[in-house]
Design a protein around this ligand. Structure first.
Ligand code: NAP
Ligand code: F7E
Length: 418
């Protein structure tokens, strides 16, 4: 008999990739969708077409439900009787959570408790995956791993932290097979349009199509550990296949600033980002998470999981998709990317950072970036050498799509130890 999975948030980025992944493994996949006045199933339409709704035979079934409605969730768990539940539904936008703190707490926090209670009261052996987030670490300095203390910085992160601890508590108190995947940022062509990476790749497409001239953005100094969503859904599944339930950090181990993302994306499209990007204070957050860099070594060791897609490939895929959506020919504008395996990039950065130890959190208003500090430390060397070094780093960074900061750090730590 096929394994049965229930996915909340199936219409989202991760839900759609996870549904594809589980269907390919032979699962019967049930998804929870919300009623809305316009159909909102663009990411899963292809799955529905490939699996027409004949209830006796279909491997892909959608049900109406909402994380704020415990009666509906109870009924779903009771009727579907899933072997595995992947709880991906959430109001997942950090900035919007400042405008909707109560709703975010209800859907993202209490919604998780409603599902856990449904499993417990039904007495089912269902395995449960909770979509936790690196946002829970907030101000804790990188690298962050499963033992890092949490310091959430938004209503979203606080709600997710409550859901994380409820997951741990149901495992400890009621012996549910409940896992919390602490995933760092992951992106793809299916990423929501108002998250920073997609906003940038869409913005570039609109500039190239002549629809807009500028891209308005917030804080370019914050740093994130960006991976590809398709790689990350495999980790969710792996967690539920282990002998014991546990919590895992899923990340690449590489951090880049938003500015570095912008530079890389504009450069792949042959554009100089400086000419198009303008600061708009509307996108600054009341409290920011400055730097996230995950340490995925537990997942590597216990799940055998590693990211497969390089940063350059991911950016390229997103640009290609958005250019096509705007009617722009990617072949005319996008540079091809040389591929460096994700783990090579990760190794380079971890080594460079490891030499210097974790960096303390920076204040959002600070103007001296670590890059600036490194530049000043070059004071004794000749200007010519410094210019040649910067040019070489920049060229290598573009060719191999590695962050400038990682290369600079690596070279600085090597030269100071010589
Ligand atoms: P997403 O694209 O924003 O998708 C969120 C999904 O949740 C959508 O299907 C949405 O339905 C559904 N949803 C929202 N509120 C709901 C409610 N009250 N009841 C039922 N469904 C509801 O998010 P994602 O990027 O795929 O992320 C998946 C999960 O992982 C989320 O829980 C997110 O917080 C978490 N996470 C994401 C990342 C990341 O970098 N992507 C990292 C760590 C954790 P509609 O389509 O109807 O809006
Ligand atoms: O912001 C900065 C912004 O909205 C990233 C969610 O999936 O990942 C995501 O949360 C950074 C922040 O993602 C703009 O201030 C600058 O520092 O893409 P984002 P996020 O807040 O990191 C975590 C792991 C989740 O769990 C969440 O669900 O980019 N930034 N300018 C901007 N951000 C946005 N959105 N728009 C800007 O114009």
């Amino acid at each position: 008999m096929a394994q049965i999975a229930l996915i909340t948030g199936i219409t989202g980025q991760d839900g759609s990739y996870l549904a594809e992944f589980l269907l390919a493994k032979g699962y019967e996949v049930h998804g929870v969708v919300r009623r809305s006045s316009t159909m909102n199933r663009g990411r899963i339409d292809h799955l529905q077409h490939a699996n027409p709704s004949h209830p006796e035979t279909s491997k892909f079934v959608l049900h109406y439900g909402d994380m704020t409605d415990s009666g509906g969730l109870n009924r779903l768990v009771k009727t579907v009787r899933p072997d595995e539940i992947y709880n991906l539904a959430a109001q997942s936008h950090v900035q919007i959570s400042f405008d909707q703190p109560e709703y975010t707490g209800d859907a993202d926090g209490l919604g998780t408790t409603r599902l856990l209670e449904a499993i417990r009261t039904m007495g089912l052996p269902t395995r449960f995956y909770q979509a936790s987030t690196s946002e829970m670490f907030g101000l804790a300095p990188p690298p962050q791993n499963e033992a890092t203390p949490f310091h959430p910085r938004s209503p979203y992160a606080v709600a997710k932290l409550y859901a994380h601890w409820m997951t741990v508590n149901y495992r400890e108190a009621h012996h549910l097979f409940a896992c919390s995947g602490i995933l760092f940022n992951h992106e793809s062509p299916r990423r929501g349009e108002n998250f920073v990476t997609r906003k940038v790749t869409r913005g570039i497409a609109q500039i190239l199509s002549g629809k807009s001239e500028k891209l308005r953005m917030g804080n370019l100094d914050s740093k994130r550990d960006w991976g590809h969503a398709q790689d990350y859904v495999e980790a969710m599944w792996l967690m539920l296949q282990q002998d014991e339930a546990d919590d895992y950090v899923i990340a690449t181990g590489v951090t880049r600033s938003v500015r570095e993302f912008v530079e890389a994306a504009f450069s792949q499209a042959g554009l100089d980002w400086d000419r198009y990007v303008v600061l708009d204070e509307a996108y600054l957050r009341p409290s920011e998470v400055h730097e996230l860099r995950g340490d995925p070594s537990k997942a590597e060791k216990k799940l055998g999981w590693k990211p497969k897609t390089s940063f350059a490939q991911m950016v390229h895929e997103m640009l290609e998709n958005d250019l096509k959506l705007e009617g722009v020919d990617p072949a005319k504008h996008l540079k091809s990317v040389r591929r460096v395996p994700a783990e090579l990039a990760a190794g380079l950065v971890v080594r460079a950072r490891g030499d210097r130890g974790p960096r303390p959190p920076r204040s959002s208003g600070g103007s001296s970036s670590p890059g600036c500090r490194r530049h000043r430390s070059l004071g004794g060397r000749s200007r010519r050498y410094s210019r040649a070094r910067s040019a070489a780093i920049s060229k290598f960074s573009q060719n191999f799509s590695l962050p400038v900061s990682a290369l600079s750090a690596c070279i600085s730590s090597r030269s100071s130890s010589q």
